[in-house]
Design a protein around this ligand. Sequence first.
Ligand SMILES: [Zn+2]
Length: 331
Amino acid sequence: MRFADVVGNGHVKEVLRRAADRDRVPHAWMFTGPDGVGKRTMALAFLSYLVCRDRRDGDACGECRPCRQVADGVFADLQVLSPEKGYIKIEPLRESMPRLFYPPLTGPWKCLLIDDAHTMTNEAANAALKTLEEPPSMVMFVLITPSPDLLPRTVLSRCFEVPFGPVPTDEVVSFLQSRGRSGPEVASAAALSRGSPGRALQFLDSPVLAERTEFLSSFLDLVDNDAEPRLKFADGVGSSKEETADLMLLVESIARDVLRAAAGLPDDTLSNRDLAYAIRSFADRVGPDRAVDMATAWLDWDATRRFVPNVRATMDRLLQALPNPPAPARG
Ligand SMILES: [Zn+2]
Protein backbone atom coordinates (compact mmCIF):
# COMPACT_ATOMS: atom_id res chain seq x y z
CA MET A 1 0.00 0.00 0.00
CA ARG A 2 1.57 3.28 -1.12
CA PHE A 3 0.46 6.92 -1.16
CA ALA A 4 0.29 6.48 -4.93
CA ASP A 5 -2.49 3.90 -4.40
CA VAL A 6 -4.70 6.45 -2.63
CA VAL A 7 -6.89 8.51 -4.93
CA GLY A 8 -7.38 12.19 -4.08
CA ASN A 9 -6.71 14.01 -0.78
CA GLY A 10 -3.22 15.12 -1.79
CA HIS A 11 -3.16 17.63 1.10
CA VAL A 12 -3.44 14.75 3.58
CA LYS A 13 -0.55 12.87 1.94
CA GLU A 14 1.53 16.01 2.23
CA VAL A 15 0.81 16.40 5.97
CA LEU A 16 1.64 12.75 6.69
CA ARG A 17 4.74 12.68 4.52
CA ARG A 18 6.09 15.83 6.13
CA ALA A 19 5.50 14.52 9.66
CA ALA A 20 7.37 11.31 8.82
CA ASP A 21 10.24 13.04 6.98
CA ARG A 22 10.81 15.39 9.90
CA ASP A 23 10.51 12.54 12.34
CA ARG A 24 7.76 14.37 14.18
CA VAL A 25 4.92 11.89 14.05
CA PRO A 26 2.06 12.50 16.53
CA HIS A 27 1.11 9.45 18.57
CA ALA A 28 -2.58 9.77 17.87
CA TRP A 29 -4.32 10.72 14.64
CA MET A 30 -7.96 11.12 13.86
CA PHE A 31 -8.85 10.72 10.18
CA THR A 32 -12.28 12.27 9.60
CA GLY A 33 -14.45 12.62 6.50
CA PRO A 34 -17.22 10.83 4.57
CA ASP A 35 -17.31 7.03 4.30
CA GLY A 36 -15.40 5.55 1.39
CA VAL A 37 -13.05 8.49 0.64
CA GLY A 38 -9.94 6.43 1.43
CA LYS A 39 -9.22 7.13 5.12
CA ARG A 40 -8.30 3.54 5.91
CA THR A 41 -6.25 3.10 2.73
CA MET A 42 -4.41 6.30 3.61
CA ALA A 43 -3.68 5.00 7.13
CA LEU A 44 -2.13 1.84 5.66
CA ALA A 45 -0.14 3.85 3.10
CA PHE A 46 1.16 6.03 5.93
CA LEU A 47 2.14 3.04 8.04
CA SER A 48 3.95 1.55 5.01
CA TYR A 49 5.83 4.81 4.59
CA LEU A 50 6.87 4.73 8.25
CA VAL A 51 8.11 1.14 8.23
CA CYS A 52 9.38 0.85 4.62
CA ARG A 53 13.03 -0.13 4.30
CA ASP A 54 13.51 1.59 0.95
CA ARG A 55 11.47 4.83 0.68
CA ARG A 56 11.51 6.32 -2.81
CA ASP A 57 10.39 9.74 -4.04
CA GLY A 58 8.31 10.48 -0.98
CA ASP A 59 6.53 7.13 -1.01
CA ALA A 60 6.95 3.60 0.34
CA CYS A 61 8.61 1.15 -2.06
CA GLY A 62 5.72 -1.32 -1.95
CA GLU A 63 8.20 -4.19 -2.37
CA CYS A 64 10.19 -4.67 0.82
CA ARG A 65 8.98 -7.15 3.44
CA PRO A 66 7.21 -4.69 5.78
CA CYS A 67 5.53 -3.02 2.78
CA ARG A 68 4.23 -6.34 1.49
CA GLN A 69 3.08 -7.42 4.94
CA VAL A 70 1.10 -4.21 5.47
CA ALA A 71 -0.52 -4.63 2.04
CA ASP A 72 -1.36 -8.29 2.75
CA GLY A 73 -2.85 -7.46 6.16
CA VAL A 74 -0.30 -9.63 8.02
CA PHE A 75 1.98 -6.95 9.48
CA ALA A 76 2.68 -8.04 13.07
CA ASP A 77 3.00 -4.48 14.42
CA LEU A 78 -0.45 -3.47 13.21
CA GLN A 79 -3.64 -4.18 15.13
CA VAL A 80 -6.99 -3.26 13.63
CA LEU A 81 -10.20 -2.87 15.63
CA SER A 82 -13.55 -2.46 13.92
CA PRO A 83 -17.15 -2.66 15.11
CA GLU A 84 -18.89 -5.95 15.64
CA LYS A 85 -22.67 -5.77 15.47
CA GLY A 86 -22.44 -2.00 15.41
CA TYR A 87 -20.14 -1.44 18.40
CA ILE A 88 -16.52 -1.61 19.47
CA LYS A 89 -16.79 -2.95 23.00
CA ILE A 90 -14.24 -2.89 25.79
CA GLU A 91 -13.01 -6.50 25.45
CA PRO A 92 -11.02 -6.08 22.20
CA LEU A 93 -9.52 -2.86 23.63
CA ARG A 94 -8.50 -4.71 26.79
CA GLU A 95 -6.80 -7.35 24.65
CA SER A 96 -5.01 -4.89 22.39
CA MET A 97 -3.69 -2.39 24.91
CA PRO A 98 -1.12 -4.56 26.74
CA ARG A 99 0.37 -5.65 23.41
CA LEU A 100 1.19 -2.02 22.62
CA PHE A 101 3.70 -1.96 25.45
CA TYR A 102 6.02 -4.55 23.86
CA PRO A 103 8.64 -3.16 21.48
CA PRO A 104 7.79 -3.38 17.77
CA LEU A 105 8.91 -6.56 16.01
CA THR A 106 9.82 -4.94 12.72
CA GLY A 107 10.36 -1.35 13.83
CA PRO A 108 10.23 1.55 14.17
CA TRP A 109 6.45 1.81 14.78
CA LYS A 110 3.53 -0.14 16.17
CA CYS A 111 0.09 0.95 15.04
CA LEU A 112 -3.38 0.51 16.48
CA LEU A 113 -6.00 1.38 13.90
CA ILE A 114 -9.54 1.90 15.20
CA ASP A 115 -12.00 1.89 12.33
CA ASP A 116 -15.39 3.57 12.86
CA ALA A 117 -13.99 4.81 16.16
CA HIS A 118 -17.28 6.59 16.97
CA THR A 119 -18.84 3.16 17.58
CA MET A 120 -16.67 2.63 20.67
CA THR A 121 -18.77 2.22 23.81
CA ASN A 122 -18.00 4.63 26.67
CA GLU A 123 -16.04 1.89 28.47
CA ALA A 124 -14.05 1.15 25.31
CA ALA A 125 -13.30 4.84 24.74
CA ASN A 126 -12.14 5.18 28.35
CA ALA A 127 -9.88 2.16 27.99
CA ALA A 128 -8.37 3.69 24.83
CA LEU A 129 -8.02 7.04 26.56
CA LYS A 130 -5.74 5.64 29.28
CA THR A 131 -3.12 4.67 26.67
CA LEU A 132 -3.82 7.72 24.51
CA GLU A 133 -2.88 9.92 27.45
CA GLU A 134 0.54 8.32 27.85
CA PRO A 135 1.33 6.31 24.77
CA PRO A 136 4.50 4.19 24.62
CA SER A 137 7.12 5.95 22.50
CA MET A 138 6.81 3.75 19.39
CA VAL A 139 3.02 3.53 19.34
CA MET A 140 0.78 5.31 16.87
CA PHE A 141 -3.01 5.36 17.13
CA VAL A 142 -5.10 6.05 14.03
CA LEU A 143 -8.78 6.62 14.76
CA ILE A 144 -10.98 6.65 11.68
CA THR A 145 -14.47 8.11 11.71
CA PRO A 146 -17.02 9.98 9.60
CA SER A 147 -18.57 11.36 12.82
CA PRO A 148 -15.92 12.70 15.22
CA ASP A 149 -18.64 14.62 17.10
CA LEU A 150 -19.85 11.28 18.49
CA LEU A 151 -16.56 10.67 20.30
CA PRO A 152 -15.89 11.90 23.85
CA ARG A 153 -14.08 15.24 23.90
CA THR A 154 -11.37 13.76 26.07
CA VAL A 155 -10.50 11.38 23.21
CA LEU A 156 -10.78 14.06 20.51
CA SER A 157 -8.45 16.39 22.37
CA ARG A 158 -5.70 13.74 22.38
CA CYS A 159 -5.77 13.27 18.61
CA PHE A 160 -4.34 15.24 15.71
CA GLU A 161 -7.30 15.59 13.37
CA VAL A 162 -6.85 15.31 9.61
CA PRO A 163 -10.03 16.01 7.59
CA PHE A 164 -10.53 14.16 4.30
CA GLY A 165 -12.61 15.68 1.50
CA PRO A 166 -14.59 14.18 -1.37
CA VAL A 167 -12.61 13.08 -4.44
CA PRO A 168 -13.43 14.89 -7.73
CA THR A 169 -15.72 12.83 -10.00
CA ASP A 170 -13.19 12.53 -12.85
CA GLU A 171 -10.60 11.14 -10.41
CA VAL A 172 -13.16 8.59 -9.18
CA VAL A 173 -13.70 7.57 -12.84
CA SER A 174 -9.94 7.10 -13.39
CA PHE A 175 -9.74 5.12 -10.15
CA LEU A 176 -12.54 2.77 -11.27
CA GLN A 177 -10.87 2.34 -14.67
CA SER A 178 -7.55 1.55 -12.97
CA ARG A 179 -9.43 -1.23 -11.18
CA GLY A 180 -10.36 -2.68 -14.57
CA ARG A 181 -13.94 -1.35 -14.55
CA SER A 182 -15.40 -0.05 -17.80
CA GLY A 183 -18.71 0.65 -19.53
CA PRO A 184 -21.34 3.35 -19.05
CA GLU A 185 -21.97 2.25 -15.43
CA VAL A 186 -18.56 3.65 -14.44
CA ALA A 187 -19.62 7.25 -15.05
CA SER A 188 -22.96 6.68 -13.29
CA ALA A 189 -21.35 5.08 -10.24
CA ALA A 190 -18.78 7.88 -10.01
CA ALA A 191 -21.45 10.58 -10.30
CA LEU A 192 -23.62 8.88 -7.66
CA SER A 193 -20.77 8.26 -5.23
CA ARG A 194 -20.53 11.85 -3.94
CA GLY A 195 -16.75 11.83 -4.24
CA SER A 196 -16.23 8.49 -2.57
CA PRO A 197 -14.21 5.91 -4.56
CA GLY A 198 -15.17 3.19 -2.08
CA ARG A 199 -18.86 3.92 -2.48
CA ALA A 200 -18.48 4.02 -6.27
CA LEU A 201 -17.02 0.50 -6.20
CA GLN A 202 -19.85 -0.62 -3.95
CA PHE A 203 -22.37 0.85 -6.40
CA LEU A 204 -20.78 -1.02 -9.31
CA ASP A 205 -21.27 -4.30 -7.46
CA SER A 206 -24.81 -3.48 -6.33
CA PRO A 207 -27.82 -4.75 -8.31
CA VAL A 208 -29.29 -1.30 -7.66
CA LEU A 209 -27.08 0.30 -10.31
CA ALA A 210 -28.53 -1.90 -13.08
CA GLU A 211 -32.02 -0.86 -11.98
CA ARG A 212 -31.11 2.82 -11.63
CA THR A 213 -32.87 4.11 -14.76
CA GLU A 214 -36.00 2.10 -14.10
CA PHE A 215 -36.10 3.05 -10.41
CA LEU A 216 -35.53 6.75 -11.01
CA SER A 217 -37.94 6.88 -13.94
CA SER A 218 -40.68 5.38 -11.80
CA PHE A 219 -39.86 7.96 -9.11
CA LEU A 220 -40.08 10.79 -11.64
CA ASP A 221 -43.40 9.41 -12.95
CA LEU A 222 -44.92 9.78 -9.48
CA VAL A 223 -45.45 13.49 -10.07
CA ASP A 224 -48.31 12.56 -12.41
CA ASN A 225 -49.56 9.62 -10.36
CA ASP A 226 -52.15 9.66 -7.62
CA ALA A 227 -51.81 8.47 -4.03
CA GLU A 228 -51.86 4.73 -4.57
CA PRO A 229 -48.75 4.33 -6.77
CA ARG A 230 -46.95 6.83 -4.53
CA LEU A 231 -47.62 4.72 -1.44
CA LYS A 232 -46.62 1.59 -3.32
CA PHE A 233 -43.31 3.19 -4.28
CA ALA A 234 -42.58 4.24 -0.67
CA ASP A 235 -43.45 0.71 0.51
CA GLY A 236 -41.07 -0.77 -2.04
CA VAL A 237 -38.09 1.33 -0.94
CA GLY A 238 -38.78 0.78 2.76
CA SER A 239 -39.09 -2.99 2.47
CA SER A 240 -35.97 -3.95 0.49
CA LYS A 241 -33.67 -4.42 3.46
CA GLU A 242 -30.25 -5.11 1.94
CA GLU A 243 -30.40 -2.58 -0.83
CA THR A 244 -32.12 0.18 1.09
CA ALA A 245 -28.92 2.16 1.68
CA ASP A 246 -28.07 2.07 -2.04
CA LEU A 247 -31.63 2.94 -3.01
CA MET A 248 -31.58 5.88 -0.63
CA LEU A 249 -28.43 7.13 -2.35
CA LEU A 250 -30.32 7.00 -5.64
CA VAL A 251 -33.16 8.89 -4.02
CA GLU A 252 -30.64 11.44 -2.79
CA SER A 253 -29.11 11.82 -6.26
CA ILE A 254 -32.50 12.49 -7.80
CA ALA A 255 -33.60 14.85 -5.00
CA ARG A 256 -30.43 16.87 -5.53
CA ASP A 257 -30.85 16.80 -9.30
CA VAL A 258 -34.43 18.07 -9.01
CA LEU A 259 -33.19 20.87 -6.77
CA ARG A 260 -30.44 21.79 -9.26
CA ALA A 261 -32.90 21.73 -12.16
CA ALA A 262 -35.45 23.80 -10.20
CA ALA A 263 -32.68 26.32 -9.47
CA GLY A 264 -32.00 26.58 -13.21
CA LEU A 265 -28.54 24.96 -13.16
CA PRO A 266 -27.33 23.45 -16.45
CA ASP A 267 -27.59 19.73 -17.32
CA ASP A 268 -23.89 19.04 -16.76
CA THR A 269 -24.37 19.66 -13.02
CA LEU A 270 -26.82 16.74 -12.78
CA SER A 271 -25.72 13.36 -11.41
CA ASN A 272 -28.24 11.57 -13.63
CA ARG A 273 -27.57 13.44 -16.85
CA ASP A 274 -29.17 10.74 -19.00
CA LEU A 275 -32.51 11.54 -17.36
CA ALA A 276 -32.10 15.33 -17.70
CA TYR A 277 -35.30 15.80 -19.72
CA ALA A 278 -37.48 13.93 -17.23
CA ILE A 279 -35.77 15.64 -14.29
CA ARG A 280 -36.44 19.07 -15.82
CA SER A 281 -40.12 18.43 -16.42
CA PHE A 282 -40.42 17.01 -12.89
CA ALA A 283 -38.70 20.13 -11.49
CA ASP A 284 -41.04 22.38 -13.51
CA ARG A 285 -44.05 20.61 -11.99
CA VAL A 286 -42.85 20.73 -8.37
CA GLY A 287 -41.18 24.15 -8.37
CA PRO A 288 -38.24 25.33 -6.23
CA ASP A 289 -40.00 25.35 -2.81
CA ARG A 290 -41.15 21.75 -2.99
CA ALA A 291 -37.77 20.74 -4.44
CA VAL A 292 -36.14 22.19 -1.30
CA ASP A 293 -38.62 20.24 0.89
CA MET A 294 -37.64 17.01 -0.88
CA ALA A 295 -33.92 17.62 -0.49
CA THR A 296 -34.40 18.54 3.18
CA ALA A 297 -36.29 15.31 3.85
CA TRP A 298 -33.29 13.39 2.55
CA LEU A 299 -30.77 15.49 4.49
CA ASP A 300 -32.70 14.87 7.72
CA TRP A 301 -32.59 11.15 7.01
CA ASP A 302 -28.86 11.27 6.34
CA ALA A 303 -28.24 13.11 9.60
CA THR A 304 -30.17 10.62 11.75
CA ARG A 305 -29.80 7.32 9.90
CA ARG A 306 -27.08 6.02 12.21
CA PHE A 307 -29.55 6.16 15.09
CA VAL A 308 -33.03 5.87 13.59
CA PRO A 309 -32.82 4.78 9.97
CA ASN A 310 -36.49 5.43 9.29
CA VAL A 311 -36.63 5.01 5.55
CA ARG A 312 -40.38 4.73 5.28
CA ALA A 313 -41.04 8.00 7.14
CA THR A 314 -38.46 9.74 4.94
CA MET A 315 -40.05 8.43 1.75
CA ASP A 316 -43.45 9.63 3.00
CA ARG A 317 -42.00 13.09 3.60
CA LEU A 318 -40.40 13.15 0.16
CA LEU A 319 -43.64 12.15 -1.50
CA GLN A 320 -45.70 14.59 0.55
CA ALA A 321 -43.62 17.32 -1.09
CA LEU A 322 -45.11 16.33 -4.46
CA PRO A 323 -47.96 18.46 -5.77
CA ASN A 324 -51.45 16.99 -5.45
CA PRO A 325 -52.16 14.55 -8.25
CA PRO A 326 -54.36 15.77 -11.11
CA ALA A 327 -58.07 15.48 -10.31
CA PRO A 328 -59.70 12.51 -12.03
CA ALA A 329 -61.66 13.47 -15.14
CA ARG A 330 -65.41 13.53 -14.51
CA GLY A 331 -67.35 11.57 -16.98
ZN1 LIG B 1 9.03 -0.73 1.34
